[in-house]
Design a protein around this ligand. Structure first.
Ligand code: MBD
Ligand code: FE
Length: 294
């Protein structure tokens, strides 16, 4: 991979992630409650002012911040910046009530409605797709153990070079993105390949911050998943591979011990396999108004 190819994919991935977010339908849920906007915006502005006063921020530093924030927008990297450094806390708040499997952040590279392969098993990939073949299987149940027939599994991940289709040049649309359904016992089996670790583009605004601060730009190799079933909360997760050098210092703070896969040699003799069972939380019938004590 030459620096020029990295540059090309940095520009493409930022713009594509920004477009994707605009089309996601999530922008329509803006918080309209004035008291809440006041509370959150005031707290954020206060926190920033506290930092300026406490750290004695200079005009040069203030102007560096201003030009960097402008650059984040020009590079299309707001989705990347927010998902890498903030989404993990939002995810923690959103899922703290759950009893079923732990999840993790969605990140900037999800695309809804990925193809459903005819065999309900093989993720779309190039004929010569490189990487270790990976059989990913498991069972989806409710938290009480009841199998969830026909549960939906969406899987997307980087290729063996660390690139995501639709966000990097020269990859077929939907490469390594698929939608699958569990059988009548909630069981699923998916054939894919092992992804490589992901590096934040080095030439964009986020990469410049990482270099200027002396951090590293890596996420450990990961699978992205969404598990859904009628009457159950959507589980958005990432799963990780033991031994990855960045499992303990993920730049996006999205690794949890419960999300580590158990990778074994494949019974087929080719590649590796892993079994990951998933328990989904039933949608609560209690509205906040009926929670005792409220
Ligand atoms: C990724 O692949 C990712 O999963 C996250 C959360 C942020 C940046 C790139
Ligand atoms: Fe990712």
């Amino acid at each position: 991979m030459t620096p020029n190819e990295h540059e090309a994919s940095a520009a493409a991935s930022g713009a594509a992630a920004t477009d994707r977010f605009r089309q996601s339908g999530k922008t329509g849920h803006a918080v309209a409650d004035q008291a809440r906007v006041n509370e959150l915006a005031s707290a954020l502005i206060q926190a920033a002012n506290d930092i300026v006063l406490e750290k004695k921020v200079t005009y040069d530093e203030y102007n560096a911040l201003k030009s960097w924030l402008i650059q984040v927008g020009e590079d299309g990297e707001w989705p990347l910046f927010l998902d890498v450094w903030l989404e993990h806390s939002v995810e923690e708040v959103a899922t703290s009530h759950r009893e079923g499997n732990k999840g993790s952040i969605e990140g900037p590279y999800y695309v809804p409605d990925a193809p459903q392969p005819q065999d309900n098993r093989t993720i779309p990939m190039r004929e010569d797709e490189s990487g270790t073949p990976l059989l990913f299987k498991g069972q989806i149940t409710s938290t009480d153990g009841t199998p969830l027939p026909n549960a939906k599994i969406e899987l997307w991940h980087a290729d063996a070079e660390g690139f995501y289709s639709q966000f990097a040049p020269d990859l077929p649309e939907w490469n390594l993105r698929g939608t699958f359904h569990a059988d009548d016992q909630g069981n699923f089996e998916i054939d894919t390949v092992q992804p490589a670790p992901y590096q934040i583009p080095t030439d964009g605004a986020c990469g410049k911050l990482i270099a200027a601060a002396g951090w590293h730009a890596w996420r450990p190799a990961h699978l992205h998943l969404k598990f859904s079933a009628e009457g159950h909360e959507l589980l958005t997760a990432q799963l990780y591979f033991p031994g990855d050098e960045h499992n303990d210092d993920d730049i996006a703070t999205a690794v949890k011990p419960e999300l580590m896969l158990d990778i074994q040699p494949a019974e087929s003799g080719t590649g590796v396999q892993t079994t990951y069972d998933v328990r989904l939380d039933p949608v609560s019938t209690q509205t906040p108004d009926t929670v005792p004590g409220e």
